[in-house]
Design a protein around this ligand. Sequence first.
Ligand SMILES: *[C@@H]1O[C@H](CO)[C@@H](O)[C@H](O)[C@H]1NC(C)=O
Ligand SMILES: *[C@@H]1O[C@H](CO)[C@@H](O)[C@H](O)[C@H]1NC(C)=O
Ligand SMILES: *[C@@H]1O[C@H](CO)[C@@H](O)[C@H](O)[C@H]1NC(C)=O
Length: 262
Amino acid sequence: MHLLTLICFVAATVRGIIVPQAEAEAHFHSPVVNAPLPQGKNVTINGVLTYVSLPQAYDSTQAVLFLTDVFGLPSLDNLLLADEFAAAGYATYAPDYLNGDAIPKGGNVTKWIANHGEAQTTPPLLSVINALKAQGVKQIAATGYCFGGLYTVRLVQNNTITVGTVAHPSLLDVPNDFEVMKAQSHVPLEINSAEFDTGFTPTLAVETDAVMSSYSAGYMRRHFSAVGHGFAVGADPNNPAQVAAKKGAFYTSLAWIQEHLE
Ligand SMILES: *[C@@H]1O[C@H](CO)[C@@H](O)[C@H](O)[C@H]1NC(C)=O
Ligand SMILES: *[C@@H]1O[C@H](CO)[C@@H](O)[C@H](O)[C@H]1NC(C)=O
Ligand SMILES: *[C@@H]1O[C@H](CO)[C@@H](O)[C@H](O)[C@H]1NC(C)=O
C-alpha cells in the first residue's frame, strides 16, 4: 500500500493555508521497456531554454504551453508527455522555468522551493509566452502538472491564455486562488485530480468545485481513483490502473483543449 510508504516532501504553507505534501515516490516508476525517444528539440526562446515539440503540420496561431513538475526538462516523462500533445497536432513548448535547476531524484524540496517562488519562476515563463505571441501565436492552451499547476492557475487568473488544464496541482491556496479566478477570469479550466493525492486532496478538490461550479467561463474536474500525486506524468508500466489513469488524464486534457481552442 503505497500510502504507508510515501515520503512527504513538500510541506510548504502558502499564506498559512495550504497544501502540498507530495509523495516523492509517486513520481517514480519502473523503467518503461522500449520507451520512445523524445521527438522534440531544446531551443532557446527569448533567453529561456525550451523543449519544443512540433507536429509535421500545425496551426501556427495556436500553441500548447506545457508546464512541467519539479523534475523539469531532464525528466523523460515530461518530454514524452509534451510529445503527445504535439502528436495530437499542437506546437508544444515546455519552458525551463526552473532556471536550469530541476530537482534531482532524492533532492530536498524544502530547500529547493526557496529558490523557486513566483519571483524566480514567472519571468522566464512570461518571456517564452511573450515570444510566442510576438511570433504570431494567438491562442495558448496551458497544461500544468504539480508545480506547473500553480502557474497554469496564475495564467488563467491573469487571462494570459485561452484555456487551461491542470493535473494534481500543488502550492495552491484553496479556495482563495479559485475565488480570484472566478472574480477576474474568462478562461476555462479543467482539473485532473487523484484519490491519493496528498497535495490537492479530494477534500480540497471538493472545496474547489464549490467555488468553480458557478464559474461562467467553464469548469470541469475529473477524478481518478486508485492513483496519487504525479499520476498524470508518470505511470508504472506494470500497474494497469496507473497506466489507464495517466492515459485518461491526457485524453481529458486534450479534449478540453480541443473544445476551447477555435
Ligand atoms: C533538453 O535539456 C534538458 C536540460 O538540460 C536535458 O536534460 C534534456 O535531455 C534535453 N533534451 C533534449 C531532447 O535535448
Ligand atoms: C532540507 O532542507 C531544509 C531547509 O534547508 C533543512 O532544514 C532540512 O534539514 C533538509 N532535509 C534534509 C533531509 O536534508
Ligand atoms: C499574474 O498577475 C499577478 C498580479 O498582477 C502577478 O503578480 C503574477 O506575477 C502574474 N503571474 C503570471 C504567471 O502571469
